[in-house]
Design a protein around this ligand. Structure first.
Ligand code: FRU
Length: 532
């Protein structure tokens, strides 16, 4: 009792000191974004000792890409994030930058194989791409050419708060493998993990312009040996970036398989490929159905435009695997109308594999922890036997909502959709729906608000979805101040798209086109802000 006023006083002071509010127009209320400045890829995702670490590509000096450093945020539940001080600041920042810290990953070296541990403190080790804008000779004695990219390491003995680069020997992977040494300007994005079966560290890097991945192994995170190559396969436009290699449970954990992911930049509307197969510690062998002849088709991890460079958490069990993606697109990412920050991360996604139509497909679920901010009881709930051609009003909704929408595939309509973030007259709206003819989920953001900053932004995006065994189509949709994320079916089809609606565009309605839609069930839940 006596301590109450003191506690109140301290609380008040803390509030004044943290006067920053995450309340700007378009500021996602349950998606991580930095307070200010430019952000791209998630890096070094690591769960350790009760804390989820999220590092990220960050420009400490502006709202455009540049001075690439590693920003840092932490969370106890993958939902509420606290931004921390910069983990790795571009070398020479403020003057001539001589080394930028490009994308990479991090592990906890529990057995101190690296020898970086001291006084019983377990080292975290980050592996990243050193991007050197100028030719130079490093403290390690290694000569670097202009614009060279090579893989380096750094360690932390204080739970990721401060980092020491391994200057004695960096970069630890100095050049691309023979015969690709001419690719030294396009060799990047190491994803490192511990491979239990072979008791080795494994890292996958990309030879970006060749659409190839190079896999290496190590006993100590310092000395790396080339193990194998992967690719090129499937869609091969642009460059390959930010690869991932991880193990997932298949069909509820009866067995496991391995998955490779790779970004394509510029990727057109979709940009993240995945391959399912086997990995023996040396070589990844894709299943036949994962590899397509020719160039056109592929398994896309997300069928929308704004899910890229996704990365998974080290330190979680395979049946608990979580990834986060950069919710933006290089096509227009540097022009999106937000200020004083640019870009946010996706909802964390829980990944697994399921056999659907004789293929092991990636299943993505919004991380369970989200239930703490999604209200238990729907703000709106309604079932309809049939919605005839035309529209049915839902009224207004909150700005930040989760929708569960299901309906029968045996409908006479050609399309069924919910319009969200719509103006009262529906001249502004974002449509999320299903095309019964082509069996596709779609997001139509052609009239979603501000679309003026890029000529390709006002578009429709589609992904394949077969109705479930009961003949129903199920969509779960997360809407935030500047994003829509759709999880179709069991999570085998996802679409992620940014939108920049007017703040008062809060109307919603159901729209049935070309006929009636049957057995419709809609529930709308409010989602609380994670910033308060
Ligand atoms: C992908 C990417 C990576 C690179 C980073 C630089 O978004 O181009 O390949 O490491 O961004 O910021």
């Amino acid at each position: 009792m006596i301590s109450l006023p003191i506690a109140l006083g301290v609380g008040l002071l803390a509030t004044i000191a943290n006067a920053f509010t995450y309340d700007q127009p378009y500021r996602g209320q349950y998606h991580f974004s930095p307070k200010e400045h430019w952000m791209n890829d998630p890096n070094g995702l690591l769960y350790y000792d009760g804390t989820y670490h999220l590092f990220f590509q960050y420009n400490p000096g502006g709202i455009q890409w540049g001075n690439m450093s590693w920003g840092h945020a932490t969370s106890k539940d993958l939902t509420h994030w606290e931004e921390q001080s910069i983990a790795l600041l571009a070398r020479g920042y403020g003057g001539n930058v001589t080394e930028m810290y490009f994308s990479g990953s991090a592990v906890v070296d529990v057995d101190n194989t690296s020898g970086f541990g001291k006084d019983g403190k377990v080292p975290m080790v980050a592996m990243y791409t050193s991007n050197y804008p100028i030719a130079q000779t490093l403290p390690s004695g290694k000569y670097i050419q202009e614009n060279q990219q090579a893989q380096s390491i750094a360690y932390s003995l204080d739970h990721g708060m401060t980092w020491t680069t391994y200057d004695a020997a960096n970069p630890v992977i100095y050049q691309p493998p023979a015969p690709y040494q001419d690719q030294y300007q396009n060799f990047r994005d190491p994803f490192v993990f511990w491979h239990e079966e072979s008791q080795k560290w494994v890292v996958v890097t990309t030879l970006a312009a060749l659409h190839k991945l190079a896999i290496y192994t190590s006993d100590n995170l310092k000395d790396w040996k080339l193990a194998s190559e992967f690719g090129p396969y499937n869609a091969q436009g642009g460059v390959w970036e930010c690869p991932g290699l991880f193990q997932l449970p298949l069909d509820g954990g009866k067995s496991t398989k391995w998955v490779i992911t790779s970004g394509i930049n510029p990727g057109g509307p979709r940009a993240l490929l995945y391959f399912v197969g086997e990995f023996d510690g040396i070589t990844f062998t894709p299943d036949d159905y994962s590899v397509y002849p020719g160039n056109a088709t592929a398994n896309w991890m997300d069928w929308g435009p704004d899910y890229y460079a996704s990365a998974g958490y080290n330190g979680l069990a395979a049946d608990d695997y979580v990834q986060i993606g950069w919710m933006n697109n290089w096509q227009y990412g540097t022009n999106i109308p937000t200020s004083p920050w640019r870009s946010s991360m996706s909802i964390p996604r829980h990944l697994s594999l399921k056999t659907i139509g004789a293929k092991a497909l990636l299943i993505q679920q919004p991380q369970e922890a989200w239930s703490s901010i999604v209200k238990k009881h729907p703000a709106y709930s309604h079932s309809y036997n049939s919605i005839p051609q035309g529209s049915v009003k839902v009224g207004t909704t909150g700005e930040t909502i989760k929708l569960d929408l299901s309906f029968s595939a045996a409908s006479t309509a050609s399309k069924f959709a919910i319009a969200v973030r719509a103006s009262a007259d529906f001249t502004e709206q974002t449509l999320v729906g299903y095309d019964f003819v082509n069996k596709e989920v779609f997001i139509d953001r052609t009239k979603s608000g501000d679309v003026s900053f890029d000529t390709t932004f006002a578009s429709v995006y589609r992904g394949p979805l077969t109705p479930n065994n009961n003949g129903m189509v199920k969509l779960t949709v997360f809407v935030d101040r500047s994003s829509v994320e759709v999880f179709g079916g069991q999570g085998e089809t996802t679409l992620t798209a940014q939108i920049f609606p007017s703040s008062d565009a809060l109307h919603a309605r159901l729209v049935s086109t070309g006929g009636a839609t049957k057995r419709v069930d809609l529930k709308v839940y409010n989602v609380a802000s994670t910033w308060i």
